[in-house]
Design a protein around this ligand. Sequence first.
Ligand code: PFF
Length: 475
Amino acid sequence: MSKETYDDQNLFEAESGMQEQANLATRANFSGRLGFVLATAGSAVGLGNIWRFPYLAASYGGGAFVVVYIILAVTFGYTVMISETAIGRYTRKSVIGAYNSLTNSKFFRAGSWITALIPLLILPYYSVIGGWVCKYFVDYLIHPASHAAGDTYFNDFIGTAASSELWFLVFAVLTIIIILGGVQSGVERASKFMMPLLIIIAVILAIYAVTRPGAMEGVKYLFIPHLEDFSIMTVVAAMGQMFYSLSLAMGILFTYGSYMKKNVNIEKASYQVVAMDTSVALLAAIIIIPSVFAFYGGEPEVLSAGPSLMFITIPKVFASMGLGRLAGAAFFLLVLFAALTSSISLAETCISTFEDELHWNRRRASVVLFVIMIGLGTLSSLGYNVLGNVTVMGLAFLDFFDFLTNSVMMPIAALFCCMIIIKVTGFKLISDEIKLSSNFRTENVYRVVIKYLAPIFLVVILVSSVLNTLGIITM
Ligand code: PFF
């Protein structure tokens, strides 16, 4: 390096070091790569991995779905993940502030509001389901495995307003307590504690599940791809699941990126998150599908039963097996950890938006968030009992919020993210940010994905999932 270049380089490093220090002095941050990886993987690994991935894999042909999913996650998912993280780290803002500091266009401002609203709409109904998980975990601790396995057990539970609301409140309070602890002592510490335990429990349960008699048929179904099972819908379903599972397009990664130090390697951290998220999804499928095969002989309608798979079918499987109570308690503890680390990431994203845009302190932001959670969550929780007759577009409240966020708002938010890179920042800003801590060998692939593949896929997901919900096509 010539002396001049060397001096320039030193000056740049000194300046960016000073700027980094100033930023870090005012903004909360993760302690290092491990903190970021475990918190982001905690966000990604959630109900989506344990409940949604296995039933989608089962409905879309097992092996064919798994292969398509993995390819999409390491290419497409990874690309969107590094983009959001890089923009967050560059601007040191949550999504609204990030877009505002990049452009003053009203169009993009609208996009940032849509993105910021997503976690606020998801968190309440996610906490209602989190409450169901708490209830089942406690059930297995104090009752025999047969208790939760009755035919009407689940529907009786959610059909009773008081019990459903009570467990929802328990989960919401747990989330807010962690959030009040702050970024390092709350979010990061909770993720560092729960994520390793979650993985250990998942591995033990997976070994137990595949060693049950008859379970091997399920493992084969899951891992051997059959070409005849492949259709364009396999890709569409895998793509939607990938967005859901990696917590993309809902502002979370902008916020977590804004807490990331400049010396943390974005590429490596993101690959680790994708690897952890995909591994837990596969472990969950290995726990659930072979168990259901062993118990029900792999009836397709049982495997693709959707939400009821986790709360109705799986308890029956536990009740029928040796050590069922222990397996049940361990399984629901695993799901509880997964749900909590995700709910705190949704909550943290809302809090950082309140802090950045409204200049509220953390305590005030947490109180307001809690009130919104209780209000909207109560609609979802009562939607299966007292408000059972009220529907929006023919859907119960919980299903409506799920549809609105996942099928409509998230593809739109992801399109905005691609557009801001193509039209406003250009690729250079993103690649410079990534190159601060790695050499970004995949830059060319990255450009092609963001410019061409992502927009096409996103429009396909948006249109097909809306048509599917309206009953115009069946997926
Ligand atoms: N990625 C998490 C999961 O798979 O459960 C968190 C999450 C994603 C929550 C999407 C809600 C959601 F709509």
